[in-house]
Write a protein that binds this ligand. Structure first.
Ligand SMILES: [Fe+2]
Length: 274
């Protein structure tokens, strides 16, 4: 796998992703960039179409059944979640069209647990709603070269807590921001939003952490390590949640046709099953 060494400069950095790839190139894309977008053969799609196409994608890439995150266990959450402004999920971000900061899915899971996220667009927003993806491992690799002390802090087992923002659910999981995968790549839990709590052990670690986070803020808008995608109806974004961080632009809904995306999470990485 080359994905952490690759840049996104060969891909359109902003705007629609139509023609981003042909279906037979999906696995190559995933292995090179950690992301791919499939396109439905139908011009308009229903939620039922989305379910059946997502099932086909799961089978094609050996993703297995969707994984229910620890945060939602015992809460009657469907395994394929509707992501809308006023969806059936009780996750706060799904109630709003606000931007969603950088994060990885799986708030309470150990680093690297949720390897793949599928986001299927049934209906885009009236305006906005782009998904951002960041090659976090490559930004981290740069930091390791430029400032090893700052990079080491991000690998500490107790540096980052992620806390539930669901009312009445008082849970937090602590772990590293990056962990070596053993093949020259890194798993990540990088994020900067409303759920993170940082736990540097002393003043020196706090200073190193500040430098590390500053490095990410400086680098994360560079199209060489980031891609912004505006999913259209019938497009499914497949991405490696364990190695890429992601976020979302704010959006405005047309009440007649509100934004509707379907999401499923998987503990398998995509692989060739043919
Ligand atoms: Fe997410």
């Amino acid at each position: 796998m080359q994905l952490m060494k690759s840049s996104y400069t060969d891909l359109p950095a902003r705007g629609p992703v139509t023609d981003l790839l042909k279906p037979d190139e999906t696995l190559d894309m995933l292995e090179t960039y950690g992301l791919a977008v499939t396109q439905s053969p139908s011009a308009t799609v229903s939620p039922a179409d989305a379910h059946s196409e997502m099932a086909a994608i799961r089978a094609d890439f050996g993703l297995g059944e969707p994984y229910v995150p620890l945060l939602y266990r015992g809460r009657d959450t469907p395994i394929v979640t509707e992501v809308t402004r006023k969806g059936d999920s009780d996750h706060p971000v799904f109630h709003t069209g606000e931007a969603q900061g950088w994060h990885t899915d799986g708030l309470l899971e150990d680093i690297g647990t949720i390897k793949t996220t599928l986001l299927y667009c049934v209906s885009p927003a009236y305006r906005g709603g782009r998904t951002f993806l960041l090659n976090a491992g490559r930004v981290f690799e740069e930091l390791r070269t430029e400032d090893p002390e700052a990079a080491d802090v991000l690998m500490r087992d107790t540096i980052l807590g992620r806390r539930s923002t669901i009312p009445g659910v008082n849970r937090e999981a602590v772990g590293p921001v990056f962990a070596e995968l053993g093949d020259g790549h890194y798993a990540t839990r990088y994020g900067e939003g409303r759920v993170e709590r940082w736990y540097p052990g002393d003043a020196a670690q706090r200073r190193a952490l500040d430098r590390a986070l500053r490095h990410f803020r400086m680098r994360r808008d560079d199209p060489d390590v980031r891609i912004d995608l505006l999913l259209q109806a019938g497009q499914c974004l497949i991405f490696r949640n364990d190695v890429l961080a992601h976020g979302r632009e704010n959006f405005t809904d047309d009440p007649q046709s509100p934004r509707l995306l379907m999401r499923s999470l998987h503990t398998n990485a995509p692989k060739n099953t043919s």
